[in-house]
Design a protein around this ligand. Structure first.
Ligand code: SAM
Length: 251
């Protein structure tokens, strides 16, 4: 996507030819306050605007519209959605803009990402886009009340399995009855990759960090206590959206 770029202060990112969106060059560009992420942030383009630095990922531009179309269909327009691992903030800005009056609460563990989300937000002037909060999924106390939904893109495979478990139990604590947990990214289905490129990507992830890897949806579903898997939607570039609904504690 063309950007008005007063000053590029970062480096470009590279994608594999097959458009597998997660096959990113990983080099250090940021401070990376997250120990999981330290030394291995993705390589976004950084756009300096005044004192603010907006990070920019090309893959977000490619996937935001298809993801939005699913969100528009499955989310009800009222209430608040908590986004986990918002990254650059591009998704947050785009989804808040198009899903108003739904309130969008971005979050991340990484200070550079939080600053970037703030930069996107400042520029957007959207009433329904909240100031980002620092949230570590591994924490048992999330700085937020109950929400209508939790959304997370591309987080659980680029973090240890414990982060997936932390995300699931946090969602269990914070999503209201009948609310949604929506995950976007590549998944294995019944223990098998859905494409060769996902298998290659999984191998690549595990070689970078053995704790990372494309998750098996069956294992995620089993761990998602209090939720029922309602939908699995095939997305471009061999990704999927999975939609879980929080059932009542009685059921
Ligand atoms: C691959 S990036 C995805 C960013 C964005 N959702 C996207 O699709 O472009 C993974 C994100 O998860 C965040 N993250 C990693 N570990 C985390 C943790 N323990 N708690 C919360 N967020 C975490 C990272 O800071 C990063 O923003």
């Amino acid at each position: 996507m063309p950007l008005t770029v007063p000053g590029i202060v970062g480096v470009g990112m590279s994608d594999r030819a097959n458009e597998q969106e997660d096959s990113r060059t990983i080099t250090t560009t940021g401070s990376g306050s997250n120990s999981l992420w330290d030394g291995m942030p993705l390589t976004p383009t950084s756009v300096q605007q005044g004192t603010m630095v907006k990070l920019f990922h090309a893959w977000c531009e490619r996937n935001k519209q298809p993801i939005l179309e699913v969100l528009e269909r499955v989310l009800s327009p009222a209430g608040k959605v908590l986004e986990i691992g918002s990254g650059s903030g591009q998704h947050a800005e785009f989804f808040a803009r198009h899903l108003s009056p739904l309130q969008w609460q971005p979050s991340d563990i990484d200070e550079d990402n939080l600053a970037s989300i703030r930069a996107w937000r400042t520029e957007a002037h959207l009433q329904n886009l909240m100031d980002p909060i620092r949230l570590d999924v591994l924490s048992t106390e999330w700085p937020i009340e109950r929400v209508a939904g939790v959304f997370s893109a591309n987080m659980i495979h680029i973090a240890p399995w414990e982060c997936c478990l932390g995300l699931l139990s946090g969602a269990q604590r914070h999503v209201i009855e009948g609310g949604l947990l929506i995950l976007y990214g590549p998944f294995q289905v019944s223990g098998a990759h859905t494409s060769q490129s996902n298998e290659d990507f999984d191998e690549n992830l595990r070689s970078r960090d053995p704790r990372w890897g494309v998750r098996d949806l069956d294992l995620v579903r089993e761990a998602a206590e209090g939720f029922t898997l309602e939908e699995r939607i095939e997305m471009p570039a061999n990704n999927q959206i999975v939609v879980f609904r929080r059932h009542s504690s009685a059921s």
